[in-house]
Design a protein around this ligand. Structure first.
Ligand SMILES: Cc1cc2nc3c(=O)[nH]c(=O)nc-3n(C[C@H](O)[C@H](O)[C@H](O)COP(=O)(O)OP(=O)(O)OC[C@H]3O[C@@H](n4cnc5c(N)ncnc54)[C@H](O)[C@@H]3O)c2cc1C
Length: 538
């Protein structure tokens, strides 16, 4: 029996304290926080974990500097604090990064005022990051020659943070952490609806997207963390809520690297919104947009592409402007934004707050998570725990958790011992393709304590420290772990979510690389060719 089959068997036979529907960031942190506090928790997702919005973000962990303009000081303060906590507890996954913002001559505020705003932001961030800096137009050009400064009035530089690997990887590590603490998690299981049985337990009917089988999962509490589909699941389950979602679409284009510096370049787009050129190894990720849509399943349109390309080309001094032919990959997602039901009409879309709301049903043991950001994820986990406790489930207290916090990378001692061992294998001398980073750093950031097992593999067989696909940062020693522990059902799960290879290596290169088939054989065994064809036929 495969691990997936075992998990399905356990999901159908266990009475859970809490069943979480949706394994994006909100569901994954809820599962990790509850499992660490001794709650019997199940987690399902109708797609792959982080298979919807949580794989489409800008990968920024930020305090929301732009919300200063709308005077949302409490939100900025909260997000800055959340950012600092993530920086502190994920020293390798969450990295401070400098944002260099060009101020156009036509901008609505004087550059010095923007600079003052960055200082206010820094103070609201409790001075946790490097201090801001003001740059004259001449210095802006010196620092980043790629910026077209002809229409600029200077610039400001300040710090925020970003996810070194992608957002989906960050989410999956919460799923893995939940799993390690007893949560039973399974992807490609879609919840149809929740019905309350006469014994007071919920019965959630579920459909397996892999083989079409249907079964029910029973639980005392249901948490609806279905992101953009929260309202649909609530309607199917006849749950009324005070909040609901409206959607804002955002796209990113991934193009060849436009600058060698590791800064995020920030610009004001023609519509006045901030947009970014974000470093992604040998690539740059450009975006994003903010368009109201009614359907969460929305594609990138020609208009979206042109908006991003026109805006970035107007702000850069490139020898050749970027064109559609330069696009290596695209990301397209919808932000589920929480609005109160009565404010549905007449809402000022762009000014709408990005706060999250955990709404508890007044009569039933059921809650829905609306809105939110990756940045704020730990607060969601804690809030969910508090509400679950209020519903009568006994949780291990925060105090008892002191030595085993529910989030964060392993401690300094474990890290030191890992580094010592990795150095004896010279992993600090193996550079990742197109980067200064070493294999030593990379394995720890992605796999934490599981990286020790990879060191054993490398010790026994040196070819395990070689890359599998030319130009892509995936090493042979990772394959066994990915196949055995990372709940992969399709090649896309691996290329787009557990890693970001599918975003930085073109489809044609992947298709013609022998390494892609090696991955399929290692991870999917006899199903290798089927999984390969399934991915490339899309
Ligand atoms: C373009 C863009 C840029 C962004 N940039 C940032 C950023 O830089 N920093 C930041 O902090 N935030 C950012 N965000 C916001 C952030 O990405 C989202 O708020 C967050 O990912 C939403 O997570 P979620 O768990 O609510 O939803 P999702 O990630 O969509 O997760 C919900 C999950 O529920 C599953 N599901 C739905 N229905 C069912 C069902 N019936 N049964 C089982 N499973 C179901 C889905 O498959 C999905 O995986 C950005 C968002 C967008 C769109």
């Amino acid at each position: 029996m495969s691990t997936r089959e075992q998990n399905i068997e356990r999901l159908s036979s266990t009475h859970f304290d809490v069943l979480i529907v949706g394994g994006g960031i909100n569901g994954a942190v809820s599962a990790a926080a509850l499992a660490a506090r001794g709650v019997k928790v199940g987690l399902i997702d109708g797609r792959d974990f982080a298979g919807f919005t949580s794989q489409q973000s800008s990968n920024l962990i930020w305090g929301g500097i732009k919300y200063l303009e709308t005077y949302e000081f409490a939100l900025v303060s909260k997000l800055c604090k959340a950012r600092n906590t993530l920086l502190k507890h994920y020293p390798s996954a969450v990295e401070e990064v400098r944002f260099l913002t060009s101020i156009p001559k036509s901008f609505r505020r004087h550059p010095r005022l923007v600079w003052a705003g960055t200082w206010l932001y820094w103070l609201m961030g409790r001075g946790y990051t490097k201090t801001p800096d003001y740059l004259s137009t001449r210095r802006l050009k010196q620092e980043e020659p790629v910026i077209n400064t002809s229409a600029c009035r200077g610039g400001v530089e300040y710090s925020d943070a970003y996810l070194h690997d992608n957002d989906a990887r960050f989410v999956f590590n919460f799923v893995r952490s939940a799993n390690d603490k007893g949560c039973i998690a399974c992807n490609y299981l879609s919840a149809e609806k929740a019905v309350r049985d006469t014994d007071g337990l919920w019965s959630v009917s579920v459909k397996d997207k892999v083989d079409g089988n249907e079964f029910a999962i029973r639980s005392r509490i249901v948490i609806n963390a279905a992101g953009a589909f929260v309202d649909n699941f609530n309607t199917a389950s006849q749950i009324n809520t005070q909040y609901q979602h409206i959607f804002s679409k955002g796209i990113h284009l991934i193009v060849p690297k436009i600058t060698d510096s590791k800064r995020v370049l920030a610009f004001f787009a023609d519509d006045g919104r901030l947009f970014f050129a974000i470093p992604m190894g040998e690539r740059t990720c450009i975006g994003t947009t903010d368009t109201p849509v009614s359907d969460p399943n929305t594609p990138v349109t020609e208009e979206d592409r042109d908006f991003v390309l026109d805006n970035i080309n107007a702000r850069l001094d490139l020898s050749e402007p970027l064109t559609r032919d330069d696009i290596i990959a695209e990301r397209c997602g919808v932000r589920p934004l929480a609005v109160e039901n009565e404010s549905e009409s007449g809402v000022d879309f762009l000014q709408l707050s990005r706060k999250h709301v955990v709404e508890r049903d007044p009569d039933k043991p059921y809650m829905s998570i609306f809105g939110g950001k990756l940045t704020d994820c730990l607060n969601v986990g804690d809030e969910v725990c508090q509400k679950v406790a209020e519903m009568g489930i006994k949780l291990v207290s925060n105090k008892a958790l002191e030595n085993t916090q529910w989030y964060g990378e392993p401690g300094t001692e474990q890290h030191l011992s890992y580094c010592q061992r990795a150095r004896t294998l010279s992993l600090d001398e193996i550079r990742l393709p197109g980067s200064n980073e070493t294999l030593l750093v990379r394995l720890w950031r992605r796999y934490g304590m599981d990286a020790f097992r990879m060191l054993d593999q490398i010790e026994q067989d040196r070819t395990q420290a070689e890359t599998v696909i030319k130009g892509a940062a995936l090493f042979r020693c990772e394959l066994r772990h990915l196949g055995e522990k990372e709940m992969l059902t399709s090649l896309e799960d691996l290329l787009h979510r557990r890693t970001k290879i599918g975003l930085v290596v073109s489809r044609d290169t992947l298709k013609s690389s022998v390494g892609t088939m090696e991955i399929c054989h290692s991870v999917f065994g006899e199903q290798a060719q089927i999984k390969f064809d399934e991915y490339f036929s899309r």
